[in-house]
Design a protein around this ligand. Structure first.
Ligand SMILES: [Zn+2]
Length: 478
């Protein structure tokens, strides 16, 4: 076969994801050790999770609940009876030499995640336990036995960007469900990425698996690298071999780990330590009835309240902001659109500086203050500058917003005589900007209005100032 240039060949890519998410349980999957992160090596282990011979694991009910929760939210069939399987392999971080997982009958099957009208099929979600971790002095078993769900998609993505949109939406849904905190930096969401490339019109190519990639940008870079590597091989007339590869984030390349094992290599069999687990209808229905509102539904609900698409997205992408928004809406003091502006503006600015400020005790007061400021804004009683000052003094010293407004004398000034005088003074002091405006530099107007606001300590009504400035410029011309 002759060597062709990649650019002259039309390829297509198929990408499938296997996403591991650590579950937000109190304890580990099969023992009562705490499910925690950041402890001293081997401080949180017992004979069960350290894999001593003769131990008997017992299933964490909460982990099952969370897996069902994820399955219901992702439109899966929940299998009312399921089994645990042993996945056999040898590695130093797995002292039992098998992982308790699911193979023959996973807990959730045949689901999908819909994004912007497109359904991405999910083959299954199964329960499994995490393995330990190698470190410079040996093996740390703290992570061993931490409950996970592994979500497996069909090879339904055709580009790195598409896979990325899916992962971000999945992460958001899982966080809203309370199933996982998906802390990528702590490894609580990790991905195996299967990539295969073929020429259009030819059968699907052999897939390569990038193992254990953490972080969205690494998944993205890894897929792009694999696409180019496989396209180059094909265009040079070589075969792509089925392999498991490791993504090196430093060198930004994938490295061969091993030729890909088949499922037969894992010698799966039903784990005799577990009976068949039966989920009652009542158990599943109870979880279903408690599902929270998910991002897609929130998007349309917030739009129906008059919030812009972008403002709604900014709120939904940050569960803390979203929770403030929901609490404020329930107070029913001012409109949702005004609230979205305040939450994405002054509240977000403050919480960026003090991310741990909000707690159950002060949240209600925080939300009430935002709502009252929103109502003042809607009535035109305060400018945006004064709204910010009111909010800041409430945070600093507490106090009711309506009282603070009077105390700090922050009411917006709409007095026409006062505003006329402001405009007159600003025009006299800024002749160059007036000329600029006349020559077509429209942003000079914003500067002049800004000067009125500055002279009034932010209290003048900006729309009245704008009107007065414009009127004067036209009048001077006559
Ligand atoms: Zn344990």
């Amino acid at each position: 076969m002759s060597i062709e240039s990649i650019d002259n060949i039309k390829f297509q890519t198929a990408i499938g994801l296997e996403v591991h998410m650590e579950l937000l349980t109190e304890t580990k999957m099969y023992c009562s050790c705490k499910n925690t992160f950041g402890e001293r090596e081997n401080a949180v282990i017992c004979p069960v999770c350290a894999g001593y011979p003769g131990i008997l694991p017992s299933m964490n009910k909460r982990a099952v609940e969370l897996a069902v929760r994820a399955g219901l939210a992702l439109n899966c069939k929940i299998n009312r009876s399921f089994k645990m399987s042993r996945k056999n392999y040898f590695y130093p971080d797995l002292p039992k030499a098998y992982q308790i997982s699911q193979f023959f009958a996973p807990i959730c099957t045949n689901g999908f995640l819909e994004i912007k009208g497109k359904k991405y099929p999910i083959s299954d979600i199964h329960l499994e336990e995490d393995a330990g971790k190698l470190y410079e002095n040996g093996v740390d078993f703290n992570r061993s036995g931490i409950p996970l769900i592994e979500l497996v998609t069909e090879p339904c993505f055709h580009s790195a960007a598409e896979a990325m949109v899916f992962l971000k939406e999945l992460r958001l849904i899982t966080m809203y469900l309370g199933v996982s905190d998906c802390r990528i930096e702590q490894g609580s969401m990790r991905c195996d990425v299967n990539v295969s490339v073929n020429r259009i019109g030819e059968p699907c190519g052999e897939r390569c698996e990038l193992k254990n990639v953490s972080g969205f940008s690494n998944v993205y870079d890894g897929i792009l690298y694999e696409e180019i590597r496989q396209k180059t091989l094909i265009s040079e007339g070589c075969r792509v071999l089925r392999e498991t590869r490791r993504w090196d984030p430093e060198k930004k390349e994938s490295v061969l780990l091993r030729s890909k094992e088949n499922t037969a290599d894992y010698r799966y069999f039903d784990d005799p330590d577990f009976p068949e687990i039966i989920l009652t209808e009542e158990f599943v229905q109870d979880i279903f009835s408690k599902l929270p509102m998910l991002p897609n539904k929130k998007r349309s609900y917030y739009a129906s309240l008059g919030v812009s698409i972008q403002a709604a997205e900014d709120i939904i992408l940050d569960p803390q902001k979203d929770s403030i928004f929901c609490d404020c809406i329930r107070m029913d003091i001012c409109g949702a659109k005004t609230l979205s502006g305040l939450i994405n503006g002054i509240a977000a600015e403050f919480l960026n500086e003090a991310p741990n400020y909000l707690n159950e005790i002060n949240k209600e007061g925080f939300c009430l203050a935002l709502c009252k400021i929103g109502r003042l804004r809607e009535k035109g009683a305060v400018s945006s500058t004064s709204a910010k000052l009111l909010f800041e003094s409430h945070i600093k010293g507490g106090g009711d917003i309506d009282l603070l407004l009077k105390e700090l004398k922050l009411e917006q000034i709409s007095d026409s005589e006062y505003i006329e005088k402001l405009a007159e003074r600003v025009l006299a002091e800024n002749r160059k900007s007036v000329e600029d405006y006349r020559r077509g530099k429209t942003n000079a107007l914003a500067f002049l209005v800004g000067q009125c606001m500055r002279l009034s300590d932010g209290k003048a009504d900006p729309s009245l100032c704008k009107e007065a400035v414009l009127k004067r410029i036209v009048y001077e011309n006559i």
